[in-house]
Design a protein around this ligand. Sequence first.
Ligand SMILES: [Zn+2]
Ligand SMILES: [Zn+2]
Length: 211
Amino acid sequence: MKRTPLRATRPAKTSAPIMGKCRHCKAPFERKSARHIACSPACIIALTEKSAAKKLAAEAKRDRIATKQKLIEIKPLKWFKAKAKKALHLFVRTRDEGKPCASCDTILRNTGKPGGDYDAGHFRSVGSAKHLEMDLRNIWGQCKHCNHQLSGNSQEYERRLRISQGDAFVDELLSDNETRRYRREDYLVIEAWAKKEMKELKSGKNKNNQA
Ligand SMILES: [Zn+2]
Ligand SMILES: [Zn+2]
């Protein structure tokens, strides 16, 4: 390709100088060439610093993302457990909304109270049966009165669970004393499962509301 030779189209020196605007301080200055973008050495330094700062900021951002990933990797087991528990309890509360409390006749209703209107209550308590803490057979929607004031109201809980789930179900649950050892992966699976089920519950509920 034949290039048109670059030729200064600037008129003779006698005419007015080509003016530019300094990229840093925005003051007008006489431009000597196309690469001349700042009015003074001080402004050139400032511009260089600005671009270096931009580069540093981008690097810092990349580091932050990597650090976040690393921090998750070194999180203690209880962090994964807390997240799994939160998702699982939310699933139970959503599943049992509109049903009676596991241990009394109170209907579980969500009015958006801070701290929740009712709980996901354990049949065999977390204190005495830690291995069933994440076992869905053992967790049902329960009013706060039963869960807290009546410390789980376990006799009524059992009576009603026998009616709703059958004796075999309850007997099996009561005789289950096998220790579980959850790893972080297990908690992640529980959390993901609960979140997926929540989504399905919600879309099901929306469909029912529309019907
Ligand atoms: Zn300047
Ligand atoms: Zn209750």
